[in-house]
Each structure stands twice: as structure tokens, then as C-alpha cells.
Design a protein around this ligand. Structure first.
Ligand SMILES: [Zn+2]
Length: 254
């Protein structure tokens, strides 16, 4: 019988890092959601090979033709909303409950961390759960917005609502980024899971931890630009690795 994993699993080393470096803050990227069947938008067979992002996913495209952008997002984000959290999401929620991790910063917009039970979640690329008016800030749930297709409008001022996911050409939500930078600076361990750390400014968060003498660990399939500065790197699947981490750690942080 062939060997399933590279033995020995380096998860024990990761557990030791989490034990010895508190607080621990986790950054999650697309790799955490692919196991829920959500495609990585930036991967080789990602959605932007078929659809020109300039036409569907920029803030300018939205402002020029919101109805066309809603047609595109409506179909795809409704499918996103049907996805279920996986073992990785549940392990992170469990680790937060047990005191081992302080917060999850995520590049994912699918809301699966919250649905798995994570309470302290910073969504730096926004979320599909809501759509908001760019003028007055009125916000609807995504379901309410979908019910109003082809063009959901602000119930207050009538302007077209925008999905609360960050579009290309749009700044990241300032409050979320500020909070993420603060968490990264305070972390003694910054654990990257399922992100190839290619998208700034989020990719710079581990540098905030390193600059203050903290430690970085990376769980990701494939290389990242920060591999050389990480105390530990696991080239593995997010769900399997996080579930093993939750099992390897003592019940509670004392
Ligand atoms: Zn409005």
C-alpha cells in the first residue's frame, strides 16, 4: 500500500508553534474554500479565464452597467451561497472556542467561517452576504437583493445596489484592513492557510508580525513569496491539516 502522506506529519511542529506563540492569528485564502467546492477565482482554470474581469468585476463596469454585472454575480454568487463549510472551517471555529486562535482574517467572500461558528472574522475582501447602496449605505441581505433581480435597488434612494464584495479597482474596506493590520502586529504567531500571498495589501500582513519579532507559519499547496521567512511550511490540504492541528493541541489554552 502506498503512503498517503509525507511521514511524519509536521502538524506536531505546527501545534508546538501555536502552543508557544500566543496570540495566534490566522489568515485564510481561497485554498480553504476550494474543499467546499468553491473555485479559486485566480487559479489557472479560474472564472476569469472565461469571463473578462474588466467587463464584469471592476467597479467601473458596475457603475457603467450595474444590470449586466448583477446578471453575472447573481448566478455565480447564488451558487456560492449554497456551499457548506468544510473540515478546515470547523477546525478554526473549534480552535477559537478553545482559545488557541484569536481571530481569522479572510480573503474569502463566501461567509463560510461565520457559518462554521467562527466569531472573530475579518473579511478583508468583503462578503456576499449583503449588498449596499454606494450613496446612502442602505444594505440588503443577498437573498433580498437576488429577489429583486434583474436590478436590485436601494429601498431608500433608488440607486442600484452593489454586492459587498470588493471589486477590481475598488479599495479594500478600510476598517477591515485597519483591524487586520492591528491583529497581525499583535500576533506572536501569524498562520497563513490556503493563500499564496500574492494579493496586496493582505499579502503584507505577515510582514507586520515579523517586523515585531513574531513568527509566521504557512500551510499552502504551492509556494508563497514568504516561504523563506516562515518558521514552518506545510505543503498540504487546509482541511486535513487544520483538523489534525485541532486534534494535536490540548483541549484549552490555559
Ligand atoms: Zn441609497
Amino acid at each position: 500500500m502506498g503512503q498517503l502522506y509525507d511521514a511524519p506529519m509536521p502538524v506536531d511542529d505546527l501545534a508546538r508553534l501555536v502552543l508557544e506563540h500566543q496570540p495566534c492569528v490566522v489568515l485564510t485564502g481561497a485554498g480553504v474554500s476550494t474543499e467546499s467546492g468553491i473555485p479559486d477565482f485566480r487559479s489557472a482554470d479560474g472564472i476569469w479565464r472565461k469571463y473578462d474581469p474588466m467587463e464584469y468585476a471592476t467597479i467601473d463596469a458596475f457603475l457603467a452597467n450595474p444590470e449586466k454585472v448583477w446578471d453575472f454575480y447573481g448566478k455565480r454568487l447564488a451558487a456560492l451561497g449554497d456551499a457548506e463549510p468544510n473540515a478546515g472551517h470547523y477546525a478554526l471555529a473549534d480552535l477559537e472556542r478553545r482559545g488557541w486562535i484569536d481571530a481569522v482574517i479572510t480573503q474569502n467572500v463566501d461567509g463560510l467561517h461565520g457559518r462554521a461558528g467562527s466569531r472573530k472574522v475579518v473579511e478583508v475582501h468583503g462578503s456576499i452576504r449583503t449588498a449596499s447602496c454606494l450613496d446612502c449605505g442602505t444594505s440588503l441581505s443577498f437573498e433580498e437583493a437576488l429577489a429583486a433581480l434583474p436590478l436590485p435597488r436601494c429601498t431608500n434612494c433608488g440607486r442600484a445596489l452593489k454586492p459587498d464584495v470588493v471589486m477590481f479597482g475598488e479599495l479594500l474596506p478600510e476598517a477591515a484592513i485597519d483591524r487586520a493590520v492591528r491583529l497581525a502586529a499583535e500576533a506572536r504567531l501569524f498562520l497563513v492557510v490556503g493563500s499564496s500571498l500574492e494579493v496586496y495589501p493582505v499579502a503584507g500582513l505577515p510582514l507586520e508580525t515579523l517586523a515585531r519579532g513574531g513568527t509566521v507559519a504557512i500551510v499552502n499547496r504551492g509556494e508563497t513569496p514568504l516561504d523563506g521567512r516562515a518558521a514552518l511550511r506545510i505543503d498540504g490540504a487546509a482541511g486535513e491539516t487544520l483538523a489534525a492541528l485541532a486534534e494535536a493541541l490540548p483541549e484549552r489554552l490555559e
